[in-house]
Ligand binder design. Structure first.
Ligand code: MN
Length: 759
């Protein structure tokens, strides 16, 4: 809606000209308007208004964005978005539209119409024309399926041309604005779908203003009590708060002028209601504890992002920063392109206030996603690489998961869309976006299925580790990580499918791994199982009849009908090789003891038994006669391989160790696959940065006690003027997983700012 109320065609044309659209584009829009007016003649919305008002509003929303990628054709398609569906009797067909407005506009209209057919089938239609039947047959389950189908269509349409989604979002936004005319049950359903799908979608393509409005509207219908309670609380002290914000704004403006800034703007910004609510829920606090409820926003007319940091320095000079509330989204750009500095400071009245600092360019992106996902080329405007990658991924997923159940498909997509994501890079700089919590395995599968199957390790370089550091395969990738996958020769591990181990986050990677195992047919499994056993017996320099193994197993109640069945079980990983080797070892040991006993009884001195097998921990826990190789000194949690030394057991190398690679070339038969079994405990020192308070040390040491880790030493460092103190703790730990868990728990302690490993 315009500031004056109902949008007119003149308003639309005016906005188009303001944002530099050509007269040819305006003419196209004008003729689309004339046609839509004729077609919708006599039709009314539920509210009683002429139907064309809806078309005008949708077109105005798009024109008002003033985005380059939203050209006259898109705005024309917005005006026409309902004619195919409603006005066929008057001659509105795809052919007529193509003839009158060109193939592109017709395709867009058709795209939006197709999306709507799904809405209508699913009872989700909110076009304010069709009365919703009270006896709508869609029960919970069927409706779920329909929603999934709706989502599927939406994503396919998006892959075809994302501009269809802009029209669909504008359509949804206007329908949400006028939702009060609908029946309560339908209001609820539409609001829920808006919150689940359309608001995240608006966020994903970067139109923040729409996202915020969609969320607030949906929230109002879904949780009216909570919504109005926040609104009332905000209203209660509005004048007082507005006066306060104004004081800060003036002080900040004066400061910036004094420091020589000429072109800037300080805006007061109010956080939208739904995001206040989310934060209250997340932090379990009341409204007055939300620091960034109101904020000041400094916009600088500069192309130099360093200016933002200069302003930050000035702000922190006059007001003391609230520790832990600083976010640098300039360096850590959000996936939708958002860039800004966020800080919170203690104001002159002792209360906190949030301040955001960004350039005008960053602001444009933040509000409307202007440049976020589009780039300019000589032959027009195209999507940028990260968006192309993302859409291709969606398209691929849609194709590949086609035969999977609808649930798997939708879960996969929904997760992509709804969860926050991390942006990581391939070594050659390709941008890969993954859901939060994704691992190197997810990364590998995202790039190529084969890379996923053969992924054995990963080296991550980032700001902390510029040289790169080996990470466990269940490491959670962080935005900015450059990930190099180390490949092996084997296929995926069964462990990857064990959810608790956290190897895989994305449903698609999970799907791929399952497929891999399904594909191995019986013959292959048998061959694999046989080869694996032979290899490990050879490495152990043992000869052992398979029949005896079967006997040993059946003594334990693990029966196999045939040697084939046994090998197959080994091959698919139902039966672990480590388990079998362990049985063999026990058997040999018992035989040995028996022999010694007999020898004693008979008091016959025998020659010493030939060299005993080396007990090796093969893909299983157990004792490991081993030591860490000094060349690469691998840490628990890191992928490793073993080398059978002559007479000194097995030396354990990092899977990618150069020395090991040389050894493998020379003596491949001495290489064994190993995982971490029992290991020596590792000395670790942590520095825990805390805001000091009473019982702080008690809380910190409590975490160690709960984790059953004994502390070797603890000391505190120098306190700064904000009462922030580093606490140094030395202790020993079993593996990286335990350390990670410990650090997470420490970070969760109140007033702990940061936990880091030293040295
Ligand atoms: Mn519509």
């Amino acid at each position: 809606m315009t500031k004056r109320g109902q949008a007119t065609i003149e308003d639309i044309l005016a906005r188009m000209r303001e944002s530099g659209k050509s007269e040819a584009e305006c003419a196209l829009v004008q003729s689309a308007y004339a046609y839509a007016l004729e077609m919708h003649e006599g039709q009314r919305r539920v509210s009683g208004e002429p139907y064309i008002t809806h078309c005008l509003e949708v077109a105005y929303l798009l024109a008002d964005l003033g985005l380059p990628q939203i050209n006259g054709g898109v705005i024309a398609a917005a005006l026409l978005h309902d004619v195919l569906e409603d006005c066929e009797d008057k001659g509105a067909t795809l052919e007529t539209l193509t003839e009158r407005f060109g193939a592109q506009v017709a395709t867009w209209v058709n795209g939006v119409t197709k999306l709507k057919e799904i809405d209508r089938q699913s009872g989700l239609i909110v076009d304010h024309k069709v009365p919703v039947r009270d006896d709508h047959p869609l029960g919970g389950h069927r409706r779920d399926l329909q929603e999934q189908e709706s989502l599927r269509k939406l994503l396919i349409a998006m892959a075809d041309d994302p501009r269809v989604i802009y029209i669909k979002l504008a359509d949804r936004l206007h329908n949400m604005r006028t939702l009060s005319n609908m029946k309560p049950e339908q209001q609820h359903r539409t609001a829920q779908e808006t919150l689940d799908i359309f608001a995240p979608l608006a966020n994903r393509i970067g139109i923040w203003v729409w996202k915020a409005e969609l969320e607030d509207l949906a929230f109002r219908y879904l949780e009216p009590e909570k919504f109005y309670s926040i609104v009332e609380q905000l209203d209660a002290r509005r004048e007082e708060r507005e006066a306060r914000v104004l004081r800060y704004k003036q002080k900040l403006e004066a400061l910036l002028r004094q420091e020589g800034f000429q072109r800037f703007e300080v805006q007061a910004r109010a956080k939208h209601i739904y995001s206040i609510y989310r934060k209250m829920e997340r932090k379990q606090v009341t409204l007055d504890k939300i620091h960034d409820r109101e904020a000041l926003r400094v916009l600088i007319d500069s192309d130099n992002e360093n200016d933002c940091y200069i302003v930050l320095g000035l702000v922190h000079h006059i007001w003391r920063p609230v520790p832990g509330e600083f976010d640098d989204y300039i360096v850590n750009k959000k996936p939708n392109g958002y860039q800004s500095l966020h800080t919170a400071v203690f104001g002159d009245d002792g209360e906190t206030i949030e301040i955001q600092i960004r350039t005008y360019n960053m602001h444009e992106v933040a509000e409307k996603g202007v440049a976020a996902h589009w780039k300019y080329k000589e032959d027009g405007i195209t999507l940028d690489d990260s968006m192309v990658t993302w859409i291709n991924w969606m398209r691929e997923s849609a194709a590949e998961l086609k035969d999977e159940s609808s649930a798997v498909f939708v879960d996969s997509i929904r997760q992509e869309l709804l969860s926050d994501s991390v942006i990581v890079f391939t070594p050659d700089g390709k941008v890969i976006e993954l859901p939060n919590g994704a691992t190197p395995i997810d990364f590998a599968y995202r790039i190529h299925t084969e890379l996923g199957h053969t992924c054995r390790g990963a080296i991550v370089s980032n700001r902390e580790h510029r040289e790169g550091v080996m990470v466990p395969l269940n490491y959670k990738l962080q935005t900015g990580d450059i990930v190099r996958i180390i490949r092996g020769r084997q296929g995926p591990s069964r462990d990857w499918l064990v959810e608790e181990l956290g190897y895989v986050k994305t449903p698609r990677a999970r799907q791929k791994i399952k497929q891999w195992f399904r594909k191995l047919d019986r013959e292959e499994n048998i061959a694999m199982g046989r080869a694996a056993l032979e290899r490990s017996l050879k490495q152990l320099r043992l000869e052992f009849p398979v029949a005896t193994i079967l006997t040993l197993l059946s003594e334990r109640g693990e029966r196999y009908q045939s040697e084939e069945d046994f090998f197959e079980a080994l091959g698919v990983g139902e039966l672990s090789l480590g388990h079998v080797v362990h049985l063999i070892e026990q058997y040999l040991k018992k035989q040995e003891e028996e022999r010694e006993r007999q020898a004693l009884e008979q008091t016959v001195i025998e020659a010493p038994h030939p060299s005993k097998p080396v007990a090796i921990d093969i893909m299983q826990s157990g004792d490991l006669l081993s030591r860490r190789a000094r060349c690469c000194n691998p840490l628990p949690g890191q992928p490793i391989r073993g080398y059978i030394t002559r007479g000194r057991g097995v030396s354990i190398h990092a899977a990618d160790c150069k020395t090991l690679q040389r050894l493998e070339q020379e003596e491949p038969e001495r290489i064994v696959e190993v995982t971490w079994g029992k290991v020596d405990r590792l000395p670790v020192q942590l520095v825990i940065l805390v805001r000091d308070r009473s019982n702080m040390l008690y809380d910190i040491t409590g975490v160690f006690v709960n984790e059953k880790i004994s502390i070797n030493g603890i000391s505190t460092g120098k306190r700064d003027r904000y009462n922030i103190v580093p606490i140094y703790v030395g202790f020993e730990i079993g593996d990286l997983a335990q350390l990670t868990r410990l650090m997470e728990k420490l970070e969760a302690v109140r007033d702990v700012i940061k936990v880091e490993r030293v040295g």
